[in-house]
Design a protein around this ligand. Structure first.
Ligand code: MEV
Length: 446
């Protein structure tokens, strides 16, 4: 290993950095941060995303960040068998979906969407007569439609384009604002580019018609015209009886009533949702912003899911949230892994993708609540967490499983315990595979 080239250049002001190649940037970063050759070689390994492609996707590229993709199985969604690739760094997330889906495999998930409509907002300020201007704008609907649709003839051809508009007078700290909403069907695109282009195109006209000044022209991530919904029933005997059912319902009541709990409850839902959104190259932040804003739509942040007892006494769960995901454009189209994940999913429309993602969110939440209301989540988490701890302690190959198992058995899933155990194992001359777990647990390593 070579010595770190620390401090050769500690300035972050580097003219023309964006014009350099990834390799040149890596060298500059290495000099800045004192990275050794091994670290630079590690960054240079781009995995299965070609460097040239990565360099076109974002600015100042030096490396890629690999996150595992696991496949959720057992899923039957709208009577179709589905395998769902999920990209996540968090253990237990994929297992949670598989477990929830196994417990309702016979009936599966039923899903729907409200549409594929996105909203773009145009902000006009200093409008002398905002209420009158609002009516003037509404009267220009046909002209606004014509201008918007001219921005994207292809979208029009596939049945999308401008659908409607709204004009709202908003009372703000800076006085009244006239906010125009363009409501656009973006079909299989997530739609950010399409609606932002329209908003920018229409903005000078709005300034003209309203007599005000236009500033912001951008989509809203509160995509409440693009809701995805999923429902599922878990039979009592599949989930362990009435006490489990009631525990899950009580957990939902807790989240519904308390934003502190709702934040964690919804975070769990987003564990599943964001993992599929990422695996398909979609915008995780857009979906997360939309979900959380929707969860607060009634003025109090609350649960994205609901649970109730159906006529048979079984547990019925449902979810509804905005899901602005697409199949065309952005990373979805150009990232080879995202393309392959879409093939695994077998989706041909953005609508179907959103429906599957909603089902995954519900499944994720069911498993989290079931674990929390019964055994707690630590037992399930500990197996994989212990493996991570074993790896952090330096375990390799067979050592990882062995160290992890013993850590869980001893209830000492800690890095110091893993390091001690590993040294103990390595001091022994008997090969790992020839020792029983009981021997290892007792510390009988010879
Ligand atoms: C952990 O990432 C997610 C949970 O906290 C979700 C929940 O509490 O509902 C287990």
């Amino acid at each position: 290993m070579t010595a770190p080239r620390h401090g050769a250049n500690r300035s972050s002001r580097i003219a023309g950095f964006h014009r350099k190649t990834p390799a040149e940037r890596r060298d500059l970063v290495a000099a800045f941060a004192g990275l050794d050759d091994a670290a630079v070689a590690h960054l240079a390994n781009m995995g299965n995303l070609p460097e040239q492609l990565a360099d076109k996707m974002i600015e100042n590229v030096i490396a890629t960040m690999n996150v595992p993709i696991g496949v959720a199985i057992n899923l039957r969604i709208d009577d179709e068998e589905v395998m769902v690739p999920m990209a996540t760094e968090e253990s237990s997330v994929v297992a949670a979906v598989c477990n929830a889906a196994r417990q309702n495999y016979d009936t599966g998930f039923t899903t729907s969407v409200s549409g594929t409509l996105m909203i773009a907002q145009v902000q006009a300020v200093d409008v002398p007569d905002p209420y009158a201007a609002r009516l003037r704008l509404l009267g220009k609907r046909d002209e606004i439609k014509r201008i918007c649709d001219a921005c994207d003839p292809l979208l029009l051809k596939i049945g999308g384009g401008f659908q409607d508009m709204e004009a709202r007078v908003l009372d703000t700290l800076g006085g009244p604002m006239l906010i125009t909403h363009l409501i656009v069907d973006t079909r299989d695109a997530m739609g950010a580019n399409a609606v932002n282009t329209m908003a920018e195109k229409i903005a000078p006209h709005i300034a003209d018609w309203s007599g005000g000044r236009v500033f912001l022209r951008i989509l809203s991530n509160l995509a409440d015209r693009r809701l995805a919904r999923a429902q599922a029933t878990w039979k009592l005997d599949e989930i362990g009886g009435t006490s489990v059912r009631d525990g899950i319902i009580s957990a939902y009541h807790f989240a519904e009533a308390d934003p502190y709990r709702a934040a964690t409850h919804n975070k769990g839902i987003m564990n599943g949702i964001s993992a599929v959104v990422l695996a398909t190259g979609n915008d995780t932040r857009a979906v997360e912003a939309g979900a959380h804003a929707y969860a607060a739509r009634d003025g109090r942040y609350s649960s994205l899911t609901r649970y109730e007892i159906n006529a048979n006494g079984d547990l019925s769960g449902s979810i509804e949230l905005p899901l602005a995901v697409g199949l065309i454009g952005g990373a979805t189209k150009i990232h080879p892994t995202a393309q392959t994940c879409l093939k695994i999913l077998g989706v041909t429309t953005a609508e179907r993708l959103a429906r599957i993602i909603a089902a995954v969110g519900l499944a994720q939440n069911f498993s989290a609540l079931k674990a929390l209301a019964t055994t707690g989540i630590q037992a399930g988490h500990m197996g994989l967490h212990a493996q991570n701890i074993a790896i952090m302690a330096g375990a390799m190959g067979d050592e990882i499983d062995t160290v992890a198992k013993i850590l869980v058995e001893r209830k000492t899933v800690r890095i110091d315990a893993a390091q001690d155990l590993l040294s103990e194992l390595r001091r022994s001359s008997v090969p790992l595979q020839n020792r029983t777990i009981t021997e290892l647990q007792k510390g009988e390593t010879k």
